[in-house]
Design a protein around this ligand. Structure first.
Ligand code: AHM
Ligand code: MG
Length: 341
């Protein structure tokens, strides 16, 4: 039974990251400091999301981002807090944000050896209705951070395949606030303890079930899907005799849909369609970091024909079709795509 002493020795995110760092004697603690600044950006965003209704932070900010999406006030605030906090860690030379057309090149005196790509507030269409939203990030080691001068140099250095990710994660602003991350040593989940203002380790070493019972996709787009995707989804709804059909869950916030998929298993899909030949989701700060977490948890992430982690990016905001989740479910989807080609 609980003794009441548990809280006196909780593993905070900072303590966890410091402990991990000790396994790499060559490390100078740069990643620890960088993650501390990401953690703070997530806490500030969380605090704004929680008080948005009262502080009148719902609604449009009056601008648009690179993709032509209307920016919400919370999109603008979270983008600013990510930029300011991460830059002040002095551990990055380049930042790529969903909300910024060009990569941000950090001034020389403030630079470090990492690059970071982030979607500061994902799931914008859910903001005003108080449905779960989140932040996503991926961190890369830059080959030659010191010599970056132009935004072209910056883009060239940060455009690395997901396999090269040093650390990736997401924060989820749901009924509780979670931060889930990996540095390539499994996936670990933390929950924000509001009374302490600290993320505490609650889900060590998350493993996704080999096969799930849930599929997650915006089925309203199915008239524009490839036949193989339509056939695959049909197979989940009309399984062979004796098997149960899959359940459908779709929130429309990638972070929330991926989080549920990680914990319960199943498959999350954002396929390409006739209108969006590369799907909707962005490679650098949506597809790749989530693919990294999926693989680290024993799952799989695919475009249908290629492992998402193997894609060499050619532009910082490029999109990718996404199918990720339980290993066997993603393999099934791939076999439908294969037999169609
Ligand atoms: P956003 O970055 O503009 O918020 O868009 C990304 C979001 C994802 O969180 C989610 O998976 C997807 O868009 C939902 O799209 P749709 O509304 O087309 O189903
Ligand atoms: Mg997004």
């Amino acid at each position: 039974p609980p003794t009441g002493l548990e809280e006196t020795d909780s593993v905070t995110l900072t303590r966890f990251v410091l402990h991990e760092q000790r396994k790499h004697p060559e490390s100078q603690g740069d990643l620890t400091l960088l993650l501390t600044s990401v953690q703070l950006a997530c806490k500030v965003t969380d605090s704004c999301v929680r008080k948005a209704g009262i502080a009148k932070l719902y609604g449009l900010a009056g601008g648009g981002n690179v993709s032509g999406d209307l920016q919400q006030k919370l999109d603008v605030i979270s983008n600013e807090t990510f930029k300011v906090n991460i830059e002040s860690s002095q551990k990055v030379a380049v930042m790529v944000s969903e909300e910024e057309e060009l990569p941000i090149v950090v001034e020389k005196h403030n630079r470090g050896k990492y690059g970071i790509a982030f979607d500061p507030l994902d799931g914008s269409s859910n903001i005003d209705s108080n449905v779960t939203i989140g932040s996503i990030f991926s961190i890369f080691h830059l080959p030659d951070a010191e010599n970056i001068q132009t935004t072209e140099d910056a883009a060239r250095q940060i455009m690395q395949p997901g396999r090269k990710i040093v650390a990736a994660g997401y924060a989820m602003y749901g009924s509780a606030t979670n931060l889930v991350l990996s540095f390539g040593n499994g996936v670990h989940g933390f929950t924000l303890d509001p009374s302490l203002g600290e993320f505490v380790l609650t889900h060590p070493n998350i493993r996704i079930p080999r096969r799930g019972k849930i599929y997650s996709v915006n089925e309203g787009n199915c008239k524009n899907w490839d036949k193989s995707v339509t056939q695959y989804i049909h197979s989940l709804k009309f399984p062979s005799e004796g098997k149960s059909p899959y359940s459908l869950r779709y929130i429309g916030s990638m972070v929330a849909d991926v989080h549920r998929t990680l914990l319960y298993g199943g498959i999350f899909c954002y396929p390409a369609d006739k209108k969006n030949p590369n799907g909707k989701l962005r490679l650098l700060y949506e597809g790749a970091p989530m693919a990294f977490l999926m693989e680290q948890a024993g799952g799989k992430a695919s475009t249908g024909t290629e492992n998402i982690l193997d894609i060499q990016p050619h532009s910082i905001h490029q999109r990718t079709p996404v199918f990720m989740g339980s290993y066997e479910d993603v393999c099934d989807l791939e076999s439908f795509c294969k037999s169609a080609s």
